[in-house]
Design a protein. Structure first.
Length: 132
């Protein structure tokens, strides 16, 4: 049931405002760049929102990071969502349901989610979602 629910700020004000609010509450400083040139289709905004939300939650729980960056852009018919932290890396992409759930959400829209997480080198999560 919760799968279809998302914050009112996202529906009412769009992805950029929702991400600004999320970044302001993050446990580490977040550099946020959103360059979209207008609103996206709601399903794309929801997917991007949850990619960022889950990534920031993972940073708070596991990364031991001191900072993070979030960049959301539109390029060549895709929405690109990238989250990078300076933490310890080594995230287990097979354990738990968080990253797998994000990958499923992104793939259901014809996109892909990639994760780079070298031990000792931080983590980078990148979603590429077609936006036609």
């Amino acid at each position: 049931m919760a799968r279809g629910i998302h914050p009112a700020v996202l529906s009412g004000h769009g992805l950029e405002v929702a991400l600004e609010s999320m970044a302001a509450r993050a446990p580490v400083p977040v550099r946020l760049i959103v360059d979209l040139d207008g609103r996206l289709h709601e399903r794309l905004e929801v997917a991007a929102y949850y990619v960022v939300s889950e990534s920031l939650a993972n940073i708070a729980r596991h990364a031991r990071a001191t900072s993070a960056s979030v960049e959301v852009t539109r390029s060549n018919g895709q929405v690109l969502v990238e989250i990078v932290d300076d933490g310890i890396g080594g995230a287990d992409t097979e354990a738990g349901s968080g990253l797998r759930g994000l990958a499923d959400r992104v793939e259901s829209l014809g996109g892909r989610l990639r994760v780079w997480t070298p031990r000792g080198g931080g983590t980078r999560v990148k979603a590429e979602i077609p936006c036609g």
